[in-house]
Design a protein around this ligand. Structure first.
Ligand code: PHE
Length: 458
């Protein structure tokens, strides 16, 4: 029923396509691999007791993340639309567009504080470069000093948001794809060098066993929700990002295989980042449960223990910033694609105004460690509050509704037909339909409700 509308639009305005399958995989992996892997995953593993969390996270990736990844990409490619337009086109005359709208809103909220953390990364490039981190051992103090200041974090937040906006204004292929292709491989090399240094530090064994030897006695509803929401966050799912990126894929490309590559690359990146950070946490005497500062406190300390540490520090924080950037542009793209497709704005205007909006909306989170530190919600500072609402509520809810949409509204047969177009052997079938119709929605619903309940009940 929706078919003619989609086709008309395609004839009227040709949609930009990724230049190749590799280009698409790298851009989608660029979206997936970011602060979620290098900043969020290690500290969540630290606060949730280590290896058991890692295993639950892996289960969430395989049973929930991968099936939804395929689903979102198929929805995007079939509809050739942004997150909002995709649902509107595939289920015209129903309220399902609300799921896309929730995605656009979520993208806006995440980007507003993602840019603040990205700004910490960029600030650390310069601080390492100019030798402004302490020569001694007070890396925690240095980090706290940085985030509790007023103007400096705002400045770097503005820089980060500005660069993100400029790239998105330049367009999909020229902007997103080119950057991803050059810089993501460099990040991989640097991570490996860091892992080697980290696991060979004296005392690293304790960290390795924390990371790899599961102790399930620490698992509770919060752990489960943290694992599921991290799976969504890290894979850029539940908010229409992969719908939007999928809409730039031609029907000749192999979607299921691309999805498998993206999921594997992202999971490998998170695992390796944990391996670079957690052994060092133990070896150098930091607290694994330190929370949001863990990466920024531990890594400078590791660099201080390395020959050429200053040089590596600069390169590594630069690459973290780039990884954050390729994710941030995908967040911004979700909002911009909606404004361009549905509201008829031109790309530049949409990027600029959204960029400014995100900057302003993110301001409270950057002040939440300093002048606004007395404002808390359920015991969380402002950045953690934004992060919790977006990741523990909006993303799982978006994923849950996407699964219901695919399983019962658009129908697993239709999704599979689209997903398998261009397939070279990894076609989705019964198992995928079973996960999407039953396992995914039931698991998310239970985990979300119990995790939220536990948080609120304290
Ligand atoms: N996946 C990104 C990361 O791990 C964050 C992100 C979330 C990007 C949602 C796009 C959409 O850093």
């Amino acid at each position: 029923m929706s078919e003619p509308k989609v086709m008309d639009q395609q004839v009227g305005r040709r949609r930009e396509n990724w230049a190749s399958q590799v280009g698409f995989v790298l851009a989608a992996a660029g979206s997936a691999i970011g602060l979620g892997n290098i900043w969020r995953f290690p500290y969540l593993t630290g606060t949730n007791g280590g290896a058991a969390f890692v295993l639950i996270y892996l289960a969430a990736i395989i049973l929930i993340g991968y099936p939804i990844m395929i689903t979102e990409m198929a929805i995007g490619r079939k509809s050739q639309r942004n997150a909002y337009g995709a649902f509107a086109a595939l289920a015209p005359g129903t309220p399902w567009w609300l799921v896309g709208a929730l995605g656009v809103l979520t993208g806006f909220v995440i980007l507003s504080y993602y840019s603040v953390v990205g700004g910490w990364g960029v600030a650390y490039v310069f601080k390492t470069l100019l030798g402004m981190l302490p020569k001694g051992t007070d890396f925690a103090g240095a980090f706290v000093g940085h985030i509790t200041a007023t103007w400096e974090p705002i400045f770097w937040h503005a820089v980060f948001m500005g660069v993100t906006t400029a790239i998105i204004a330049a367009g999909v292929v020229k902007g997103i794809q080119r950057w991803s292709e050059i810089l993501m491989p460099m990040l991989a090399v640097c991570l490996f060098i860091l892992v080697i240094r980290s696991v060979t530090l004296p005392g690293a064994m304790a960290g390795l066993s924390f990371y790899l030897k599961p102790d399930f006695s620490t698992i509770n509803a919060k752990t489960l929700l943290d694992a599921v929401s991290q799976a969504f966050f890290s894979l850029s799912l539940g908010m229409g990002c992969m719908i939007t990126y999928g809409s730039y894929v031609s029907s000749k490309e192999d979607l299921t295989r691309s999805a498998a590559y993206v999921v594997s690359l992202d999971t490998a990146a998170a695992f390796v980042a944990g391996l670079a950070i957690l052994p060092a946490v133990f070896a150098l005497g930091f607290e694994p449960g330190a929370g949001a500062g863990l990466t920024f406190i531990t890594l400078p300390a590791v660099f201080a223990e390395m020959p050429l540490g200053g040089f590596f520090g600069v390169v590594f924080f630069f690459l973290i910033s780039i990884a954050a950037l390729t994710s941030a542009i995908s967040l911004l793209e979700v909002v911009v694609a909606w404004l361009v497709d549905e509201k008829g704005w031109n790309r530049q205007r949409a990027a600029l105004l959204t960029g400014i909006g995100c900057f302003l909306f993110g301001l409270p989170t950057t002040l939440g460690y300093g002048v606004l530190s007395n404002i808390t919600f359920l015991g969380m500072d402002l950045l953690d509050t934004y992060d919790w609402i977006a990741n523990s509520i909006f993303l799982p809810l978006g994923g849950l509704l996407t699964a219901i949409f695919a399983g019962y509204v658009w129908g697993t047969r239709n999704v599979a037909e689209e997903a398998n177009k261009g397939s070279t052997g990894m076609a989705v079938g019964e198992w995928w339909a079973f996960l999407i119709r039953f396992v995914v929605p039931i698991a998310i619903a239970i985990i979300m409700l119990s995790g939220i309940y536990q948080k609120i009940a304290g």
